[in-house]
Design a protein around this ligand. Sequence first.
Ligand code: SF4
Length: 434
Amino acid sequence: MSPAQAIATAEKPRDGKFEVLRERGQREVFCGLTGIVWLHRKMQDAFFLVVGSRTCAHLLQSAAGVMIFAEPRFATAIIEERDLAGMADCHAELDRVVDRLLARRPEIRTLFLVGSCPSEVIKLDLGNAAQRIGARHMRNETGEGVRILAYSGSGIETTFTEGEDACLTALVPEMPVAAVDASQSLLLVGALPDIVEDQFLRLFAELGITNVGVLPSRRAGMLPAIGPNTRYLLAQPFLGETARALEDRGAVRIDAPFPFGAEGTAAWLSAAAAAFRIDEMHVNRVIAPGRERAKRALERYIPALKGKRITFLPDSQLEIPLARFLATELGMIPVEVGTPYLHRAHLAADLARLPENTRISEGQDVERQLDRVRADRPDLTVCGLGLANPLEAEGLATKWSIELVFSPVHGFDQAGDLAELFARPLRRRDVMRI
Ligand code: SF4
């Protein structure tokens, strides 16, 4: 959290639709280490070694839980306070910790050294350390050995979901080069639960898109090739740096809204199909059953959610696509939609579908934002854990934004579950009032 003095500026609407309120004050968001919770489940032969403090270890253990029966695939190497003269020892100690870990866990194929906030860690050059240690554990042509990479999950540099962005950015240079004459391929970008990823891969296959890679891949040896014939489709809206790195390698982004709900998912799949010049009638035939299933699942939530006013405080960067889903598919009224960062290009399709009078804010000045929530008194406020209890105490219903990141919410078959996440706190509030 930064106690920086608040600066709020309103951007004049460039497209005549929205004014964006820009705030640069104190913020209440988890740091990027949180991403390890879902990334270590996704990448089945990766290990995340946080180089950090006891606070980092506590955060990870409380967010990810302590696994009693399985060997965990994350840990914290705690760097205690040292002066600069002690930094050489720090490097030697890190080398020893990594060597011991890799000797004990031969199944690890990718090791991430994850940086954090403490000043001792900032002084360590983890990128160099990864190269130095990686040279000793080099992968050979058959893929044996360990890939060692570094990224930062520090709360000074990253918010909640930016940890995944930093992790995937570190993976991009490791992707093999696609052959110049390779046929056009699709790259699905963003960590999704396996069950959701499998649903999408089945739909791409039915559409006729067969050359599909996924970033992050489940196993190190499955990292897809990339080149100018790669078209990439973002599954998550918080991957700005990853997108830039992919474009540096020649890949081209497919512009689409994010795949939430019946219409968001249909538009996302249709955009991919259009990039592969697939016949529109065939596309409609393939997506119709899922779209109908999703619509039917959503119908039962419309009576509870239609006309309800909702505010999102900036947290996960999922806020704008989720507000689009709630407004266009369930009839909710977004009052204020806050996001830590507003990537206008990646969010253009969702922004264009938001109701005209939606207040968009970027960044945070938490006290001012809470004042606006109190003045607006929305039916539901989506916010981080730390703000939920105080708002509930003031009689405002809340939803923890972290649940939206940890639950399977993308795609046709999760549309009903996604609506349920917003309906439940409203039901709870009604029950408490009786
Ligand atoms: S990285 Fe920084 S903000 Fe995150 S847990 Fe560690 S000390 Fe706290």
